[in-house]
Ligand binder design. Structure first.
Ligand code: NAP
Length: 228
């Protein structure tokens, strides 16, 4: 089966998972894994699984950002980023991908996504998971205080990211906004999307750093200047 056929098949399976989840999602804890995912890699998946397990979350909803307001470099087409997240998560029953942000035409702010999620998952408790460095910049986000009213935040740190600096910032945010934020050190591989993109640009291997199907997708679409 070609990678395009696989994406189409997985899209249908994921939509079914999503619909089922929407119908039975009251009084549950949902982890929202928000990110540009350019591309998704094995550390993202390890972080999501680690946090799901540690916080006893019922499901993790991956939300690839559509048109992120804070990115000035050229980012990969949102549907390619979405497809790679789909290919990475389909085999885990606790992971679901949402196209809530990629479907939007205008800039995608987290506050709009959280409001939307609160309408769909009415009584659910939301845990927004992202990198500690992204959380440290949260005061630049739209309607910063309202974000904290709608969700708990989990700042995932990993090798190379100082827990001490993140914790200082988190304490400041908690005091200022009465925010519910926790940092969690996730023992995962020291890989980042930037590293993956650089490896590809230099025609170097990304094997075992991303799921096999993501590697196949990247090469088949010649993303990140791979194969040039
Ligand atoms: P980023 O600024 O590109 O990433 C900051 C760091 O966090 C990077 O080291 C990144 O590593 C890591 N990271 C990103 N997503 C992660 C995740 N879910 N778990 C663990 N680490 C993660 O961040 P981004 O990916 O573009 O944005 C993160 C989230 O914040 C998105 O949902 C975005 O929409 C939201 N955001 C909202 C606003 C706003 O509403 N105004 C502004 C900024 C960000 P990798 O490069 O390896 O992923």
């Amino acid at each position: 089966m070609t990678i395009n056929n696989l994406v189409n098949e997985y899209f249908i399976v994921n939509q079914e998972k999503l619909k089922k989840f929407e119908n039975e999602s009251n009084n549950i804890k949902i982890g929202i894994m928000g990110g540009t995912f350019d591309p998704i890699h094995c550390a993202h998946l390890a972080i999501a699984e680690f946090i799901r397990d540690n916080y006893k979350l019922d499901k993790i909803l991956f939300i690839p950002s559509g048109n992120p307001p804070h990115k000035d470099r050229n980012i990969t087409d949102k549907y390619d980023r979405y497809n790679m997240v789909l290919l990475s998560t389909i085999n885990n029953d606790d992971f679901i991908v949402s196209d809530i942000e990629v479907k939007r035409e205008d800039k995608t702010y987290t506050i709009d996504t959280l409001k939307n999620l609160k309408q769909i998952y009415k009584d659910a408790e939301i845990y927004f998971i992202t990198g500690a460095d992204a959380i440290c910049d949260i005061e630049t986000w739209k309607d910063v205080e309202d974000n904290f009213k709608l969700a708990n935040f989990i700042a995932a740190t990993r090798p190379g990211i100082s827990l001490l600096i993140a914790n200082e910032k988190i304490k400041e945010l908690k005091d200022k906004y009465n925010a519910n934020i926790e940092s969690v050190y996730v023992p995962s591989l020291d890989i980042s999307s930037t590293y993956i993109r650089n490896q590809l640009k230099r025609n170097k291997t990304i094997r075992y750093l991303v799921p096999e199907l993501v590697e196949e997708y990247i090469h088949s679409k010649k993303l990140y200047n791979s194969g040039e």
